[in-house]
Ligand binder design. Structure first.
Ligand SMILES: NC(=O)c1ccc[n+]([C@@H]2O[C@H](COP(=O)([O-])OP(=O)(O)OC[C@H]3O[C@@H](n4cnc5c(N)ncnc54)[C@H](OP(=O)(O)O)[C@@H]3O)[C@@H](O)[C@H]2O)c1
Length: 252
């Protein structure tokens, strides 16, 4: 939430080692924000810090102990104005009939429970002093598609955390914002989804004139955070022009 002073605002960005998270750190820093970046891969966070001047704390958001440590470090460093819950991702594209339970569990942990744990860790400070919780969900949080069941279920759960929180916090100085992108061509998302199978990952974007890129989504995140403090962007759905729904995509 916009403070009344001109001091730099301070944000935590999860999943900042690559893709949308890293682009968001870069753009926030360019807009004069102080940023704390977190992810598991230390060397990538260190490189981002050298490039942007951000701070970083490594954490596995599937581990409560890591989140406790992250919260301690971030809150020790001063006031926090925004938490960007961006960490997440998909695993596999099996039909429900063949879905691997352990992959569904990991996606629930990585997308829904990571955002829940991080939000719980920072909510007391945000409620006390005012601030924003932003959730990077997906159009997969708004509709399903064949082969998407596990990811769609996890992203729906993440969206429900955001929409429920917005109701539970009404009247308090905390905005709850959802940014829900469609197809974004990031370096690792599809590669991770298909367990390193580069041909399958590239097929996701094959023939699509211009998928979104990480910087497009970072623009949406930063725009939503920088609205005046009485303006809550409940949900910003953003897709490439070549995509009309999760399954209807124009390919050349
Ligand atoms: N790309 C798309 O098409 C798309 C579309 C809509 C929504 N989204 C969502 O937008 C977000 C970012 O997407 P992206 O494409 O930038 O993803 P990405 O390139 O796959 O990056 C995912 C990020 O999450 C971090 N992460 C994963 N598991 C973690 C864990 N257990 N603990 C801490 N950090 C963890 C990764 O860092 P480490 O591996 O270093 O920990 C990485 O920085 C995700 O929530 C994704 O679901 C993506």
């Amino acid at each position: 939430m916009t403070p009344s002073t001109t001091a730099a605002r301070r944000a935590l960005v999860t999943g900042a080692s690559t893709g949308i998270g890293a682009a968001t750190v870069r753009l926030l820093a360019a807009h004069g924000w102080e940023v704390v970046a977190t992810a598991r891969r230390v060397e990538r966070l260190a490189a981002l810090a050298a490039e942007t001047g951000c701070q970083w704390v490594a954490a596995d958001l599937q581990e409560q102990g890591d989140i406790d440590h992250l919260a301690e470090r971030v809150l020790d460093g001063g006031r926090l104005d925004a938490v960007v819950n961006n960490a997440g991702g998909a695993l596999g594209a099996d039909l429900v009939a063949d879905g691997k339970v352990e992959e569904w569990l990991t996606m629930y942990e990585r997308n829904a429970l990571a955002a829940l744990r991080v939000s719980q860790a920072f909510l007391p400070a945000l409620r006390e002093r005012g601030g924003d919780l932003l959730f990077l969900t997906s159009t997969a949080a708004h509709g399903t598609y064949p082969g998407g069941g596990g990811y769609v279920a996890a992203k729906h759960a993440e969206r429900v955390i955001a929409t429920t929180l917005r109701q539970e916090l009404v009247g308090e100085p905390v905005r709850v914002i959802e940014v829900a992108p469609g197809m974004v061509a990031t370096e690792e998302f599809a590669l991770n989804r298909f367990h390193g199978d580069r041909a399958r990952a590239e097929a996701v974007y094959a023939g699509v004139a211009a998928p979104l890129v990480a910087e497009d989504v970072a623009e949406c995140v930063v725009w939503a955070l920088e609205r005046p403090s009485h303006v809550n962007i409940d949900c910003l759905v953003v897709r490439p022009r070549a995509q009309a729904t999760n399954t209807l995509v124009a390919r050349g």
